[in-house]
Design a binder for this molecule. Structure first.
Ligand SMILES: Cc1ncc(COP(=O)(O)O)c(C=O)c1O
Length: 382
């Protein structure tokens, strides 16, 4: 059997929606993008939803809207995607790395306050694998110190924290529609916020700082006329991407049910198996199950993480690792970062693998992953 790490769930609905868009002849941001924003906003329950061409773009614009500038500091977990940190660097600001929790892989909130200085401007919690961080605690620290909370929700659509939907809690929330995400547009992202002024500014900034985009100007007698209010970016979503997104949003809950089914199967299989350290979901959180992480109990095994991935690959199963801690990268080493005081990141990185999980994965495929993992672990038990 061959089981890829991920397979996108695209069918006739998305294909028809894209061909309709192509036939209609308006390819860039237009009515489809506006409609997708409206539907997304209603689904999440936020005042604004601003479509962009990636979550990275969304995080960048969010930092600008939140007033982050050169020399500022932004607190992020050390174990995240490169995007969470690079957007801070775009502004010549400094990402400040915080350790994670071993069981949830989310930012350890008890380690945030010691990292706050007079230059700290914002906190970017990352809802790892789809499980929300402890947002009440993060928001209370942020409010106490006058900081903004920008949620990196690239993984967490849909997800809930204490019965509130992710996208309605922090100051600004950014979702990713990258190819492997729980809702995909190929590449894309959405920014959610309740703040009218920030929303207005991010809409302008996502398209060159132009006062009115081409869609707004379409019926104007002076189609060519616009102002550039400030130096913006080319971050707008195309109608082709929105055409895919609108269809994916309609079936988001079904796609999520599929992921939950696989996650449930994995959880049941690893229960009571002490070669593995189960990934914990806290009782007050609901995960989107973008990823299914498992940590190896290296104290019980004579096989390491890398060798296990190779062995599973040889048996036809692609595993992945989320994430290589940022301080491991040469760019951050050159800037003087190290893993000092980030012991849980190092601990998790040594042990963690992400198992295949995607809508349409059959129970038989999940069982094949489980059987092979348990077989290898059984043979390599100390
Ligand atoms: C935690 C996290 N943040 C941000 C991103 C960036 O998302 P995008 O590819 O939409 O820019 C990713 C992408 O995988 C991610 O995993």
């Amino acid at each position: 059997m061959k089981i890829p790490f991920h397979k996108p769930c695209i069918n006739e609905d998305e294909i028809k929606s894209v061909t309709d868009c192509l036939a209609a002849g308006w390819l860039t941001s237009g009515s489809r993008t506006a409609a997708f924003e409206e539907e997304f906003k209603n689904y999440i329950g936020s005042r604004h939803a601003i479509a962009v061409n990636s979550a990275t773009a969304g995080l960048h614009l969010s930092l600008i809207a939140a007033g982050c500038a050169e020399g500022d500091e932004v607190i992020i977990p050390a174990m995240t995607h490169a995007a969470t940190a690079e957007v801070v660097r775009y502004l010549n600001a400094r990402p400040v790395f915080v350790d994670i929790e071993r069981d949830t892989h989310c930012m350890d909130v008890s380690k945030i306050e010691e990292k706050i200085t007079g230059r700290t401007r914002a906190i970017i919690p990352v809802h790892y694998a789809g499980q929300p961080c402890d947002l009440d605690e993060i928001l209370s620290i942020a409010r106490k110190h006058g900081l903004r909370v920008i949620e990196d929700a690239a993984h967490s659509l849909p997800a809930w924290y204490r019965e509130r939907k992710i996208g309605t809690i922090g100051d600004i929330t950014c979702f990713s529609f990258y190819a492997t995400k729980t809702l995909t547009t190929g590449e894309g992202g959405m920014i959610c916020t309740d703040d009218d002024d920030w929303a207005r500014r991010m809409r302008v900034l996502r398209l060159h700082g132009i006062s009115r985009d081409a869609w707004d100007r379409r019926n104007s007698s002076r189609l060519w006329q616009y102002d550039v209010i400030e130096a913006g970016f080319k971050y707008n979503m195309t109608d082709i991407a929105a055409a895919i997104g609108a269809q994916q949003l309609k079936k988001l809950e079904l796609l999520w049910e599929e992921r939950k089914r696989i996650a449930g199967r994995y959880a049941a299989a690893f229960r009571g198996r002490d070669e593995f350290i189960p990934y914990r979901i806290r009782p007050d959180r609901i995960s989107s199950w973008h990823l299914y992480p498992v940590d190896l109990n290296l104290e019980m095994l004579s096989i390491g993480r890398d060798e296990l991935i190779e062995e599973m690959g040889a048996r036809g199963v692609d595993l992945s690792v989320h994430f290589i801690p940022l301080y491991e990268f040469s760019y951050y080493k050159r800037l003087g970062y190290s893993g000092l005081g980030l012991d849980n990141c190092a601990w998790v990185f040594k042990r963690t693998v992400s198992l295949p999980i995607f809508p349409g994965m059959t129970d038989g495929e999940a069982d094949y992953v489980i059987e092979n993992l348990l077989d290898i672990a059984g043979k390599r038990k100390k």
